[in-house]
Design a protein around this ligand. Structure first.
Ligand code: MLC
Ligand code: AMP
Length: 514
């Protein structure tokens, strides 16, 4: 099955039903029906086709959450176009790598973010695109009125046939989503229509999402948690969604009060923020809610417990990755076990392997290997990286975990030194390389330090000629990398602990005390 087929029951059979509450192009919050979204999809597709976009092309977006991303997604899926999401917090260098690798026809973004694009990158202003689509709607209305009066269908037919529809199968690439490798250089995971369909069907069934749900969407749409889980479950189930530009902890409670969602997907940092709610307010919100889901980073058991006390809900934790979408989930019915990610989703095989690639018996830690229709087919233009990640149809996640005798999986760490802060990934090597380019810095090691709100924060250990000037380093780095990657502290050390072979032993660095 392809994605347009998955969406059909919502977009066409439920055309009159309210689908989405979000800010319109004039900034006012309004409700769109599924039928309106289908019409917006068609106009966006025509606007893209008029710009020369064809099946197989890539189109990138670098935007905070807004309806235009949904228009683009729906149009692209119908046209066989591959969407390339770019983190809106990324700066020039980070964007240049993605654009250089994916070679999109253009990046859809705002005039403000366009300043961060590498020179000579084609970009389309999202506001101009929306205005063009709005103008198309007015023209369509005029033509419709004309058609009815004249009972001549020719012009109307021409317009309808101008909506570009391509042949797409479950193997057609739907998105290239960049995720950093251990080298710090992001690779594009090629996710197909079939991957998204398999993931959406598994989650809708496992979490029993129905058309009566109300989903509050605050996760960024440039990552798979928001895009692959949120948007796809919404469209597959035909439920109602409220889309906000981004999670703002000062406003989150007011959204819950006013919108009364039944469903929320978040990263652990969001749940830590929601613990600030006064008990009465939290209970009222909890009374309307059906399901809180957490993922993208470990949910501390004490947060799960504090949230249960405050909201009366046990957060359901699940585990996924950009390359695989969702693999493992705690059950909707039955025990949601704190500190575990639950059991493999239907259709997903999880095997735990030792260093030699042999399966490990229960209760022993090893690397999680996964297999299923949810797993991507490889990395864009990177046969070497694809070959390294896949073995006999299994994908090596790089995550370390163990399975209990009753099947529950606990994650214990990662093979790489990836840092996850607020659900955003940080590869130390990328920051270390930038630090080494700073005057006076001779050696650098970046590590993740535990943080109650963000899970982990990056801290840099430096061997340098003089005491590090934190402000100067921050100013320099801020121009080059997303703000969540900035080291929160710089610690001067005489030398980095190294093995006989010269590899830095990060676990032997002196503990960081703020
Ligand atoms: C954070 N910031 C954003 C932003 N999120 N800016 C624009 N858009 C967003 N979506 C910036 C803020 O401007 C600020 O910058 C800094 O980040 C911290 O902001 P904050 O207001 O203090 O946020 P906080 O309450 O700490 O919450 C941060 C957060 C964010 C939870 C909203 O971390 C977030 O959206 N995380 C979700 C990441 C995600 O979707 N991961 C899924 C990856 S997929 P400054 O300059 O002031 O520092 C994956 C697979 C899987 O992992 O299994 O899901
Ligand atoms: P990304 O590369 O952004 O897709 O991040 C995927 C990584 O996030 C996984 O490989 C895990 O290390 C981590 N992750 C996702 N969900 C969880 C979870 N519930 N608990 C711990 N780590 C998680």
């Amino acid at each position: 099955m392809n994605l347009p087929e998955l969406y059909h029951a919502s977009l066409h059979d439920r055309a009159e039903q309210p689908a989405l509450e979000a800010a319109a192009s004039d900034g006012t919050v309004r409700t769109f029906t599924f039928g309106e979204l289908a019409a917006r999809r068609d106009r966006m597709a025509r606007a893209l086709a008029a710009r020369g976009v064809r099946s197989g092309d890539r189109v990138a977006f670098c935007l905070p959450n807004r309806v235009a991303i949904i228009d683009l997604w729906l149009a692209a899926m119908m046209m066989g176009v591959i969407v390339v999401p770019i983190n809106v917090l990324y700066k020039g260098r980070e964007i240049a790598h993605i654009v250089g690798d994916a070679r999109p026809r253009a990046v859809i973004t705002t005039a403000e973010h366009a300043a961060d694009l590498p020179p000579n990158t084609a970009w389309w202003c999202v506001d101009a695109l929306e205005r063009e689509c709005d103008a198309m709607r007015e023209l369509d209305r005029a033509l419709d009125a004309h058609d009815r009066r004249a009972v001549v269908d020719g012009e109307h037919q021409a317009r309808v046939s101008a909506v570009p529809v391509a042949e797409v199968t479950s193997d057609t690439p739907a998105a290239l989503i960049y995720t950093s490798g251990t080298t710090g250089l992001a690779k594009g995971a090629v996710l197909t229509h079939g991957n998204f369909v398999a993931n959406a069907r598994a989650l809708v069934a496992a979490w029993q999402i129905t058309a009566t749900d109300r989903y509050l969407a605050a996760l960024p749409l440039f990552h798979v948690h928001g895009l692959g889980n949120g948007i796809q479950c919404w469209l597959a189930s035909g439920c109602h969604m409220k889309l906000v530009a981004r999670f703002e902890h000062e406003r989150a409670l007011a959204w819950f009060d006013a919108y009364r969602p039944t469903l929320f997907f978040g990263v652990p940092t969001m749940y830590v923020r929601l613990l600030d709610a006064p008990p009465d307010r939290a209970r009222t919100i909890g009374a309307h809610m059906r399901l809180f889901v957490s993922g993208s980073a470990p949910l501390p058991a004490q947060v799960l417990e504090a949230f249960r006390e405050r909201y009366g809900h046990v957060i359901l934790e699940r585990y996924g990755m950009t390359e695989t979408l969702m693999n493992v989930s705690n059950p909707l019915e039955g025990e949601r076990r704190a500190g575990t990610v639950g059991v493999p989703l239907p259709g997903v095989d999880v095997d735990i392997r030792d260093e030699s690639g042999a399966s490990i018996t229960n209760e022993t830690a090893g690397e999680l290997w996964v297999r299923g229709a949810n797993v991507c087919h490889g990395y864009w233009d990177r046969p070497d990286a694809t070959a390294a990640a896949f073995h006999d149809g299994w994908f090596r996640t790089g995550d370390i975990g163990a399975r209990a005798a009753d099947g529950y999986i606990t994650l214990q760490g990662r093979r790489s030194d990836l840092i996850i802060s607020g659900g955003f990934n940080i590869y130390p090597r990328e920051i270390e390389e930038l630090l080494l380019a700073e005057p006076g810095v001779r050696e650098a090691a970046v590590v993740g330090v535990a943080d109650t709100v963000r899970g982990e924060i990056p801290v840099a250990y430096l061997v340098c000629d003089h005491a590090p000037d934190a402000d100067a380093l921050t100013t320099s780095l801020r121009a080059q990398i997303a703000s969540f990657k900035l080291p929160r502290a710089y610690v001067r050390v005489d030398a980095l602990p190294r093995t006989a072979l010269g590899k830095v032993q990060k676990h032997l660095l002196p503990p960081y005390a703020p």
